[in-house]
Design a protein around this ligand. Structure first.
Ligand code: SF4
Length: 326
């Protein structure tokens, strides 16, 4: 089946974060593979990378999604998820190593369903060092704890009251949901939703600390998904509730009403950003001209953690922290 992919430029929550952090990073993620020669090859490989700090959260998300999928199929919750999480973590590492090997040998990059872990790609992990083993164990322990917390919430009992078709958790690894928002294609890769004909609750699993800022940011993200539900599920905003679930902070689930002023502001930001990117694309038919339209950030802290180490910005960061190096 052909994949349903929108035309560029499209927006996503992840891409929005890149755009705010560094416009060049957003360019490299979306267009870098089209650059000629080595620059295109490196950007193609690096766009698949993910941060180690995101690994345990991703693993927990995978585990909860798997548990809900199993429940949808069988109407029974899996009795233990630890073994599944261990296997999934091993797959992440194996995929990361295979991908890295192909990159180093200049071979075609293998398709990997999951993200590639940066420490493997950049050679910091991969030799089974004590440091690597400790880091892997911590990731696995954190993910196991987060999934165990999911089972301590009221959600498993609540989901048991729902028909399987109301449990929306199937887009991972398949088609990612997106909608045309008045001419702007916007992805909405929500973690989980309970969807009925006349209302919906959209959930986002968080494994970090709960602070007012983080909750506000989670609600911003969930409003992106609420706008998707308005468009794709034809629901009024008043019928949608949003639930950021900070698993490690509380087992309580708080549901928030959609703020329609916030939705409107987000839609306006999408329109402005899309029009801006589109105009830059329209006046630059060559890729290097387009890249010049997306400047590197001046904030070296962004470069320090950036996945695009082939970018001159990363070299600039290295030179700043170690002026003696060649
Ligand atoms: S290395 Fe720095 S300048 Fe280059 S894409 Fe990353 S954040 Fe932007």
């Amino acid at each position: 089946m052909a994949r349903n992919i929108p035309n560029k430029p499209f927006l996503s929550w992840m891409g929005w974060g890149m755009l705010r952090a560094c416009r060049r990073r957003w360019f490299l993620h979306n267009f870098g593979r089209d650059l000629p020669g080595d620059a295109g090859w490196h950007a193609l490989a690096e766009r698949k990378l993910t941060y180690w700090a995101a690994f345990s959260g991703q693993l927990a998300d995978d585990g909860i999604t798997e548990a809900i999928r199993a429940f949808k199929r069988t109407r029974e919750w899996p009795v233990e998820m630890d073994g599944w999480l261990h296997k999934r973590a091993t797959e992440y590492v194996k995929d990361s190593k295979n991908y890295t090997q192909a990159y180093r040998e200049g071979r075609e990059l293998p398709y990997v369903e999951r993200q590639v872990l940066m420490p493997y790609f950049f050679g910091e992990y991969g030799d089974n060092s004590p440091e690597e083993r400790i880091a892997c164990r911590k990731v696995l322990d954190d993910a196991k704890a987060a999934v165990a917390r999911f089972f301590e919430t009221a959600l498993p009992a609540r989901l048991a009251e729902e028909p399987s078709e109301a449990l929306m958790s199937d887009h991972k690894g398949g088609q990612f949901p997106w909608a045309d928002q008045d001419g702007v294609p916007v992805y909405a890769v929500y973690d989980f939703a309970i969807r009925h004909d006349f209302d919906a609750v959209i959930f986002d699993w968080k494994t970090g600390k709960l602070t007012p800022e983080k909750e506000n940011m989670a609600l911003e993200q969930l409003h992106w998904y609420a706008q998707y539900a308005v468009k794709a599920w034809a629901l009024p905003a008043s019928a949608i509730r949003l639930a950021p679930v900070f698993l490690m902070a509380t087992t309580e689930i708080h549901e928030f009403q959609v703020d329609e002023d916030r939705l409107e502001r987000i839609r306006e930001e999408w329109q402005t950003a899309h029009a801006d990117i589109k105009s830059r694309m329209d006046r630059n038919t060559d890729i290097e001209g387009l890249m010049a339209e997306f400047p590197m950030t001046d904030d070296l802290r962004e470069c320090k953690g950036c996945q695009f180490r082939s970018c001159p910005g990363y070299g600039r960061y290295l030179a700043a922290v170690n002026p003696q190096s060649p």
